[in-house]
Design a protein around this ligand. Sequence first.
Ligand SMILES: [Zn+2]
Ligand SMILES: [Zn+2]
Length: 213
Amino acid sequence: MPRFCPTCGNSSDKVRFLGNFCESCAKAKLLSALPKSVDITICKRCGRIKAGKSFAEPSGRNLEVAIRPQFGRCKVHLIDYDDASAMLDVSDDTMHGTLSVETKVEIVQKKALCDVCYKKACNYYEAVIQLRGNGHKISKFIERITRFFDLNNEFVTRIERESSGGYDVYLSSKRLAQAYLSRSGLHSTNSYTLAGVKNGKRIYKNTYAVRYE
Ligand SMILES: [Zn+2]
Ligand SMILES: [Zn+2]
């Protein structure tokens, strides 16, 4: 006995069925239930996009990560995109089989400040490395630590020249400052200044004094 699609009347003798509906009506139903636009959060300073929990370079891969959760249980694969829209391949695993459709969505840009740019904007710092002694070694150190912080998504807040000829380097992360110093095997004299209390925890700013011979 052939079945008939309740939407278009097509018979299961002629076309493929998925559950009670013919395949093309099942696809149309899926298409109409999918979002027509997606929200993408973009940092207005650096242009990175929010992909998952953190901000990342605006690549196709990261755009796909940002779009995926907006499609519920469906699998989403990015086919093509520009600033304003994205072409997606969306598939839904139903109990009667997998349905796949292509759909174009509008990209709605939401401007924000990413965590890094926000900290930069308020001159945030957690640690200071005080460099004294050999000027050549000091400039090499500053070059290297700037690159290291960049690569790890942190930054040098500012660099101050001291009257003695030394430099104070203000850094956005004490964890990273500590990691850099132990990695480069430099001996430092450390001190800790209470900067405030946050959620009942004492917050310290760390100072590392390094002397080059
Ligand atoms: Zn139909
Ligand atoms: Zn940013």
